[in-house]
Design a protein around this ligand. Structure first.
Ligand code: TYC
Length: 113
């Protein structure tokens, strides 16, 4: 190794040290935010219709769907599931479209977790 290449290596090493001290890189591993899909109670939408919605659009069994429907009926609202923004938005739109088509006032919303 000659004198010139030794100089280049030591300059490079000095530069790297500076970078570590001045701009310590943060690990960039932020996960995308998740969204809760909520079902809201009302006095008019039939219970069987809500159960059908939960089975069809959220892949729940009849028993799971019935439990969530009863929770909404008793407490006023419940979280149906937690999804990415795009999936939550699609589920809300599917529920609202289906409710409107059947002329039920069922409300479904999403909320950042
Ligand atoms: N409360 C409604 C009834 O008694 C049933 C219902 C449950 C409506 C859940 C909406 O999100 C809902 N028929």
């Amino acid at each position: 190794m000659n004198i010139l290449s030794q100089q280049i290596i030591s300059e490079k090493e000095e530069g790297d040290e500076d970078q570590e001290l001045l701009v310590k890189p943060k690990p960039k591993t932020k996960r995308p935010p998740l969204y809760k899909v909520l079902l809201i109670n009302d006095d008019y939408t039939p219970m069987e219709f809500v159960v059908m919605i939960l089975e069809r659009f959220f892949g729940l069994t009849h028993a799971q769907a019935f439990d969530i429907m009863i929770t909404v009926h008793k407490k006023g609202l419940a979280v149906v599931g937690v999804f990415s923004y795009e999936v939550a938005e699609t589920k809300v739109a599917q529920v609202m479209d289906c409710a409107r088509q059947h002329q039920h006032p069922l409300q479904c919303t999403m909320e950042k977790e």
